[in-house]
Design a binder for this molecule. Structure first.
Ligand code: SDX
Length: 429
């Protein structure tokens, strides 16, 4: 992995040799671990040029719009796989055999219920609380329930925690929604697929159990696949950092949910729909494009741009195809928001400002339109993202804990006061 070297020439000091590590694919990395011996740190706010870890789970080629999960292109997984199979792949490194898949699906199904006492946690929230605030709270509360699997150094405990999280997130997400609606919470059903079960818990009531549309279930499952994992993004890095202190896995996932909530990250899917509502009509697009380009205006085109993709986000392409399929299947012609989004994309992608900065639609740009067509309220969009991304978070948590690791503890460039003595209160001016 390290047959090349970089040499750091520091004025007045001996040159420093740093190993260059090479991965399977993607950029080499300069191993700076020995730099502390020189009494210096690297400086990289936002980690624009920093590889925080070694991983085998997901690879993104931002220049060519490629996303691989354990080597499989996202387009193939979206078309030929399903979410639980993708979960197995992310967690275990290989696609399951038919027998392994049947066993995994059955195991997940048998963990979809949550402790009955968890329902009482909801009563502490206002009914109009943001669903992500409630999700953060109740997922964190799970860390108070599983005393049988608290040893994170025990692979079996790590495995059951991963299964419980994948299995229970749809149940909790649906409970969050039902609580906001003042409707009774629905129990999971073992005769339904993962996505069907989620839609059942979301939209059925004890008064009427309607069959779940296979079209909507397939669209939901594909949306889960498209959000499953994405390398060392902000929320995944948060889960890894929390996990590096040895924290409870459910608490680590709650930390990931908190990080995902921001509009610059997973909160963008909700912000896209809010933005489209604000734009309202194609005639206003130019005004909002101008706002997005104005350095003095904090407005950004939500759903556009990405730290890694400097080409189209491959998930956005699949999402747009799914959007067309779902709206067609639902008989929704000329959805005004879709029309507006497509026109906005068209105009933005001919504008030099967006072209020069490689600002393309990302995973969040079209997802909201499908979620809305499925009947999911905008405020629940990021909860759906958190539900789907949990398998990615816990796969990275497992990967980190499965080999030697250190607690994450970055340093800093200090520009504050040097040491000084305190003055008495009466002497302060
Ligand atoms: C997700 O990391 C991941 O993998 C995340 C994610 C995942 O699956 O985990 O893919 C999910 O979070 C997708 C991104 C969702 N966020 C949004 O859609 C919010 C809008 N996008 C921006 O906030 C922004 O593009 C980011 C946060 C996504 C990326 O920001 P960067 O990499 O820090 O880039 P930047 O803010 O420094 O932007 C570079 C330039 C700047 O202009 P200049 O200073 O060079 O003149 O591009 C401009 C920015 O002002 N810019 C935008 C813009 N995004 C960047 N201008 C207008 N609208 C935008 N959306």
């Amino acid at each position: 992995m390290a047959d090349k070297k970089a040499q750091l020439i520091i004025e007045g000091a001996a040159p420093v040799e740093l190993p260059i590590l090479t991965g399977t694919v993607g950029p080499d990395v300069i191993d700076v671990r020995s730099l502390t011996a020189t009494g210096r740190f690297t400086f990289d706010p936002g980690f624009m040029s920093t590889a925080s870890c070694e991983s085998k789970i997901t690879y993104i080629d931002g220049d060519n719009g490629i996303l691989l999960h354990r080597g499989y292109p996202i387009e193939q997984l979206a078309e030929k796989s399903d979410y639980l199979e993708t979960c197995y792949l992310l967690l275990n490194g290989e696609l399951p055999t038919a027998e392994q898949k049947a066993q995994f699906v059955s195991t997940v199904k048998n963990h979809t219920m949550v402790h009955e006492q968890l329902k009482t946690f909801f009563n502490g929230f206002r009914r109009d609380a943001h669903p992500m605030a409630v999700m953060c709270g109740v997922v964190g509360a799970l860390s108070a329930f599983y005393h049988d699997s608290l040893d994170i150094n025990n692979p079996q405990h790590r495995e059951i925690s991963a299964i419980r999280l994948v299995a229970k997130m749809p149940t909790l997400a649906a409970m969050v929604y039902k609580y906001s609606m003042g409707q009774p919470m629905m129990y999971p059903r073992n005769d339904l697929s993962y996505a069907e079960n989620f839609l059942h818990m979301m939209f059925n009531t004890p008064c009427e159990i309607k069959p779940i549309s296979p079209v909507l279930a397939k669209a939901m499952d594909r949306i889960f696949i498209l959000h499953a994992d994405h390398e060392q993004n902000a929320s995944t890095s948060t889960v890894r950092l929390a996990g590096s202190s040895g924290a409870n896995p459910f608490a680590c996932i709650a930390a990931g949910i908190a990080a995902l909530w921001g509009p610059a990250h997973g909160g963008a899917n909700e912000a896209v729909l809010t933005m489209l509502d604000e734009i309202g009509d194609v005639s206003n697009i130019d005004k909002f494009i101008a706002k997005a380009k104005d350095k003095n205006d904090p407005f950004k085109l939500m759903g556009f741009g990405h730290r890694v993709y400097k080409n189209r986000d491959p998930r956005a392409t699949v999402m747009k195809q799914t959007c067309d399929e779902v709206l067609k299947e639902l008989g929704i012609q000329n959805d005004p928001q879709l029309e507006l989004a497509m026109r906005l994309e068209e105009i933005a992608l001919t504008d030099p400002y967006f072209i020069e900065r490689s600002l393309y639609p990302n995973v969040d740009f079209y997802s909201g339109i499908i979620l809305k067509a499925i009947g999911i309220p905008t405020s629940m969009f990021t909860v759906i993202f958190a539900l789907a991304r949990t398998v990615g978070w816990i796969s990275h948590w497992k990967e980190m804990l499965s080999s030697p690791y250190k607690i994450g503890r970055p340093r800093q460039l200090y520009t504050g006061y040097e040491s000084r003595d305190i003055t008495k209160l009466e002497d302060r001016k």
